[in-house]
Design a protein around this ligand. Sequence first.
Ligand code: ADP
Length: 273
Amino acid sequence: FPMELTVWQVTRAGRPHYVAMVRDITERKRLERMKSEFVSTVSHELRTPLTSISGALGLITGGALGELPEQALNMIGIAHNNSQRLTYLINDLLDIEKLAAGKVHFDLQPQSLRPLLEQAIEANLTYCLDRHIRLQLDADPGDIEVKVDHQRLMQLLSNLLSNAIKYSPEQGVVTVSTRVEQTRIRVSITDQGPGIPLEFQSRVFDKFSQADGSDTRTKGGTGLGLAICRELISRMNGTIGFDSQPGHGSCFYFELPLWQQPARRFDTDPADH
Ligand code: ADP
């Protein structure tokens, strides 16, 4: 049966003793599974009607019904935006539950890192336009290869880049850089935004956690992006972290093992025989 082992060290008469406790966690696991199935089922059931609501509202705002009074158009615009927000939330919820339950297949293939970074930057450039944010690649990872799932690495990079852009000030600079450290490569995404408040730092990667949890917060988002990133990177054998001085921007980074070419096998020289 699934169990949890806790060990304490106590000192008696100046000598260390160990106390161990084994707990049966079958029931806890069963409840976790039920909760995860419930969330997945509800999300699935919500997604289909929401897709049609969103689609219909999109058509109306796009002019499918001809000219509408300005007030009606405004209201429909608000409804359309919010139905899209709900769609993002449901997609994120489904994603994190599937990832946590190990239901997502990762196709890990050795690939060159640089084109992946360039592709992710390219895909996020449009989000920089309205606030004139500069998105730059600051290091040359050369020919470095990592073993990753292409689509999932893109998702990870896009989550980190879109956060960096979202929290950047007008005309801010977002920099993607790389650094090799022995057998690993670190990819960092640095911004000039507000940074992570100290009291929030220990919860950054938790589900639904947002530094500004108020209804009046100005930045959209689900609070699931970084929780998804943490699952994604761990499935690619990497780690994720951040450095941030509140008021002086944030640097979110992830590390991946460098892909080592398997040692080539040299056939023995027939002359040796
Ligand atoms: P969200 O969808 O709210 O962006 P995330 O999980 O991606 O959710 O991020 C969680 C919270 O971490 C955000 O709401 C924000 O408070 C904080 N955060 C994430 N990235 C940054 C960043 N680059 N700069 C400042 N705060 C950030």
